[in-house]
Design a protein. Structure first.
Length: 260
């Protein structure tokens, strides 16, 4: 809970097209009950998300300090979804305890289920491409009702909608996270993050349907959507029953660009 007094949102810089904005432009009506999730498809994704994540953590504690008269010992319900394997150690960011470091198979439906199971309301996606795929209809409808904002990391070749520069305290946390995650990041990336932990985070908004396509970009959904053969046989879960709960996700063609 070391971030509870160290992170102050007023010490972060939020910009859009060179103009100062606030956290509320990126996450409208943000409050301490929000549950934030970062999808980390490769080592370094969570560090690129860190300026926005740490600003949100600062806002969480600022609201708690305003509301609570007595001392508290609470962590925000924020999660990192690691695709395939662990991509970093995030206790320096108060992602605590370890159960909030969620390792998910590179399976879009498994990822969406993990997001839904944890009640995520604000989602940060990696910069990887969109793809077609299949998700479960109920899972898509649930996420559409619960997830209030989706943003994605922006690479070096395109302009972001927003940039977020971390406070001095947050920069030190990013540097520490890079150090403790060095084995996972690799020597070169760890050295770069340790030398430049103050790199601004770059983000763009994602509409919900695009978010589903980007989730499909992490891999291929299990044809049985996580149901084992034993379970399907015992509960008579036929292909026809599964088919009623499938949402095909279609990639947007080149002449139908995603909204930005």
């Amino acid at each position: 809970m070391h971030t509870s007094t160290m992170l102050k949102t007023e010490e972060f810089s939020f910009a859009r097209d060179g103009l100062d904005v606030g956290l509320d432009e990126i996450f409208p009506d943000f409050n301490r009950t929000d549950r934030l999730g970062i999808v980390s498809a490769s080592p370094g994704d969570s560090l690129r998300a860190a300026p926005l994540l740490l600003a949100a953590i600062g806002a969480f504690y600022e609201q708690l300090w305003e509301e609570e008269e007595d001392e508290f010992f609470l962590y925000p319900d924020y999660f990192v979804f690691h695709i395939g394997e662990l991509t970093g150690y995030h206790s320096p960011f108060d992602i605590w305890p370890q159960s909030k470091e969620v390792i998910v198979h590179p399976d879009p439906q498994a990822l969406l289920a993990a997001i839904n199971d944890r009640g995520i309301t604000r989602l940060i996606l990696p910069s990887q491409s969109e793809s077609s795929g299949s998700l479960m209809e109920h899972a898509v409808q649930h996420a559409e009702r619960e997830v209030r904002s989706i943003v994605r990391l922006v690479g070096e070749t395109e302009p972001p909608r927003w940039t977020v520069s971390a406070s001095d305290a947050a920069t030190k946390m990013i540097k520490r996270c890079a150090r403790v995650s060095a084995e996972l990041l690799g020597e070169e990336a760890a050295a770069e993050w340790t030398a430049h932990p103050d790199a601004p985070g770059k983000y763009s908004p994602v509409e919900f349907d695009e978010g589903m396509r980007r989730i499909c970009g992490i891999g291929t959904s299990d044809p049985s959507f996580g149901f084992s053969e034993e379970y399907r046989a015992a509960a008579s879960v036929s292909d026809a029953i599964l088919a009623r709960d499938i949402r095909p996700v279609h990639q947007v063609s080149a002449d139908q660009p995603s909204a930005q």
